[in-house]
Design a protein around this ligand. Structure first.
Ligand code: ADP
Ligand code: 5GP
Length: 215
């Protein structure tokens, strides 16, 4: 079964940048394209960057249970389509959710086994610089900075915390978390037939006894 990785951070920290590079380096990992009612920014494509919806479409989606979670962020709805996550799970592909802090907590409630990772900016000054560098036309830097001050303390509720000082370093750490989580005992032992081709090791793992604990 594919697993869920939640990447969350205050807006402008670098989630999208880090996620984009990560996806080039890790196989069997798909970014879930989330839905939003905000207008596309120049260069953003429907179905690639977001699924762009009207408020009416989004509210119908909420009623019909289309979203695994949704939140109102800076005056717009954002939501994670349930179908993509379920399809990835069935296809044994891991899902990467790049979502805000509220969404991360909701997904953890529904899927407690999801792995949550909080990306921290190196400083508030640098966060502001990144927000300005990205050149939002539709956003208010001061509002996002005030929100960041409320979001940063949430890091202590996440499974992992990474400081995004340098993109390549943050990507390396994130990649390590994903690869290590794929080696967790239950995940390996539960798929032995697919992973291991040695009959003798297989039969020892399945039928043998641990000489220290089970003598
Ligand atoms: P988010 O998805 O968290 O809102 P973005 O990925 O859009 O943030 O990044 C915001 C801005 O910061 C972009 O201009 C991006 O190029 C820049 N950025 C991201 N990570 C770093 C970093 N480690 N060092 C310097 N600039 C960065
Ligand atoms: P932006 O408008 O800058 O693309 O995104 C604003 C914020 O909404 C970001 O923190 C982004 O990660 C978050 N976001 C994007 N998609 C979702 C989603 O499906 N659910 C939630 N809860 N937040 C999302």
């Amino acid at each position: 079964m594919g697993r869920l990785f939640i990447l969350s951070a205050p807006s402008g920290t670098g989630k999208s940048t880090v996620a984009g590079k990560l996806l080039q380096q890790v196989d069997s990992l798909r970014r879930v394209v989330t839905a939003t009612t905000r207008r596309p920014r120049p260069g953003e494509k429907d179905g690639v960057d977001y699924i762009f919806m009207t408020r009416e479409e989004f509210e119908r989606g909420i009623k019909e249970g289309f979203f695994l979670e949704y939140a109102e962020v800076y005056g717009n709805y954002y939501g994670t389509p349930r179908d993509q996550v379920e399809r990835n799970m069935k296809e044994n592909v891991d899902s990467l959710l790049v979502i805000d802090v509220q969404g991360a907590f909701r997904v953890k409630e529904v899927f407690p086994e999801a792995v949550s990772i909080f990306l921290l900016p190196p400083s508030l000054e640098e966060l502001k610089r990144r927000m300005i560098a990205r050149g939002y036309r539709d956003s208010n830097t001061e509002v996002r900075l005030e929100m960041a001050k409320k979001e940063i303390p949430c890091a202590r509720f996440f499974d992992y915390v990474i400081i995004n000082d340098f993109v390549d370093r943050a990507v390396e750490l994130l990649r390590s978390i994903i690869l290590a989580s794929r080696c967790e005992r239950e995940r390996v032992l539960g798929r032995l037939d697919a992973l291991l081709h040695s009959e003798d090791v297989l039969s020892l793992l399945k039928g043998g006894r641990c000489y220290v604990k089970e003598a």
